[in-house]
Design a protein around this ligand. Structure first.
Ligand code: KIV
Ligand code: NA
Length: 268
């Protein structure tokens, strides 16, 4: 299994994808992706919400357990949902702890800010590895007014850099940098010993992450920085239309799908 220590020493770029269910986790894991993130993006990608805000600790715990059961090798990271951390220390520890004790995650991710430095230190001390997340933090959408690029002014870029250092010092094992200018992500990457994993943050991070439904071409509103590497929506529609047509035409089920038991031919 990939460990947080090995990640730091790995020569090639780190690969990370989100997963929310066992089948998808198993395919991603078989492809040799390093990290499975059970993102709170499940809110929009699996649960049909308009944002990540309604996602609960129970949701992330259940989907993390499915992903952990479906995978063998990848590091499984559970994304702590809106208001599950930071309200109260004991509750933060309990909620993050559930992801390791109950769901089988290897680590948690916290959308980070000035309020998560101490929390990161506490969780790390307790044996809960923490992945930090700076730049665009979608749980703050109500303050940000949208999913816009962050770190675009000198002051904002400085703040990201100083928070990145603070989270490294607090014990975070990796840092996601989301939707910031490439040169800002590059400077953060240079400044840290822990690996940076970028999304919409240019090519100079130590790794990359994308949302699986964007990569597969399943989502209908992928962000501009995502690349659609497949067309799963079309592939699914083809299979579903073929099934529908076969049932309607009476060609499914065929004899090979059916069993006729001897001696049961005069029931009723
Ligand atoms: O929830 C998520 O999918 C994420 C990634 C985009 C980093 O936080
Ligand atoms: Na997230």
């Amino acid at each position: 299994m990939t460990t947080t220590r090995e990640l730091r020493q790995q020569a090639e770029p780190i690969t990370m994808l989100t997963a929310y269910d066992a089948h998808t986790a198993s395919v991603i894991d078989d492809c040799g992706i390093d990290i499975l993130l059970v993102g709170d993006s499940m809110g929009t990608e699996a649960l049909g919400y308009d944002s990540t805000l309604p996602v609960t600790v129970d949701d992330v715990e259940r989907h993390t357990a499915a992903v952990a059961r479906g995978s063998d090798d990848a590091l499984v990271v559970a994304d702590m949902p809106f208001l599950s951390v930071g309200v109260d220390e004991a509750e933060t520890v309990r909620n993050a702890g559930r992801m390791l004790k109950e769901a089988g995650a290897d680590a948690v991710k916290l959308e980070s800010g000035p309020h998560t430095v101490e929390m990161t230190e506490r969780l790390t001390q307790l044996g809960i590895p923490v992945m930090a997340h700076l730049g665009l933090t979608p749980q703050h959408v109500n303050q940000l007014g949208g999913y816009t690029r962050q770190g675009t002014t000198e002051a904002a870029a400085e703040e990201i850099l100083s928070l990145a250092r603070a989270h490294e010092d607090a014990g975070a094992f990796a840092l996601v940098v989301e939707h910031v200018p490439a040169n800002v992500a590059a400077q953060v990457t240079d400044a840290l010993d822990i690996p940076t994993i970028g999304i919409g943050a240019g090519g100079d991070c130590d790794g990359q992450v994308l949302v699986i439904s964007d990569v597969l071409g399943l989502s209908e509103n992928a962000p501009p920085f995502a690349e659609q590497f497949g067309d799963l929506r079309a592939a699914m529609a083809d299979a579903i239309e073929d099934y529908k047509a076969a049932v309607e035409a009476g060609s499914f089920p065929a004899d090979e799908h059916s069993h006729i038991e001897d001696g049961l031919d005069d029931l009723g």
